[in-house]
Design a protein around this ligand. Structure first.
Ligand SMILES: Nc1ncnc2c1ncn2[C@@H]1O[C@H](COP(=O)(O)OP(=O)(O)OP(=O)(O)O)[C@@H](O)[C@H]1O
Ligand SMILES: [Mg+2]
Length: 213
């Protein structure tokens, strides 16, 4: 069975596309049959994966909300894993993609606004679980973290207070995410031994364990 991972939250700029591209690059290099689905009308993931060596990662853009489920189903054929990248505002594609997901990953920066939107996204997942009558697993990953800042502690406490599951791995703020994008790379290809790559690998490992990949 193909596993579907959706990266979503109703807040913009929280690293959804960066994590989607990095995980796709990592698992593709590891030999998994992956594919990306870009559900964002801005098509940021598509533009990124259309460059450099990332071109060999199968991917498709689907900005028609009503077509998102069939697009994921079609590209799932003979794939181990499909990653869906959602736009950073409330939209139907998010709900549909959550409904067919094996795991929903909710990236959140350590800020009050991001935490609130992550909590709203959690509620969408909970409602989608009720609609589909199956448990849809979800987890928050803290992103763009600047180590040692108090706001990280505040954000963690907020998520814990609302019983929101968190990945052990946090993704630090690192400029390699910005520079690698210009050159059609991800941190995985740009700095294979770098700290960003170590974090993406640790996140990937947690997901592999959760999904039995
Ligand atoms: N860990 C990080 N460290 C530093 N910069 C980052 C990191 N992750 C993402 N960025 C930068 O932050 C910006 C937003 O990242 P990204 O496009 O991945 O977020 P997004 O959630 O997909 O945004 P949108 O909601 O607009 O789709 C980009 O300029 C990206 O390069
Ligand atoms: Mg994006």
């Amino acid at each position: 069975m193909t596993k579907v991972i959706t990266l979503c939250t109703s807040k913009g700029g929280t690293s959804k596309t960066s994590i989607a591209a990095s995980l796709l690059d990592y698992w593709n290099k590891k030999g998994l049959k992956v594919a990306g689905v870009d559900a964002d009308p801005n098509c940021n993931l598509t533009r990124w994966l259309d460059k450099g060596s990332l071109k060999n990662i199968p991917h498709v853009a689907q900005t028609n909300e009503g077509e998102i489920i069939s697009t994921v189903e079609n590209i799932s054929n003979e794939r181990d894993l499909v990653i869906v990248d959602i736009a950073g505002f409330g939209n139907q594609s998010m709900v549909y993609a959550i409904g067919i997901s094996s795991l929903v990953v909710i990236p959140s920066r350590p800020s009050e606004d991001d935490v609130l939107e992550a909590l709203k996204t959690k509620q969408i997942v909970t409602n989608a679980s009720k609609l589909t009558r199956r448990e849809i697993p979800y987890k928050v990953v803290l992103t763009q973290v600047k180590a040692g800042t108090l706001v990280v502690e505040h954000s963690l406490k907020q998520f814990q207070a609302f019983n929101v599951p968190l990945f052990d791995t946090a993704i630090a703020f690192r400029t390699i995410y910005q520079t690698s994008r210009f050159s059609g790379e991800t941190p995985i290809t740009a700095e294979p031994q770098g700290k960003a790559t170590k974090e993406i690998k640790a996140l990937a490992k947690e997901i592999e364990v959760q999904l039995n990949l």
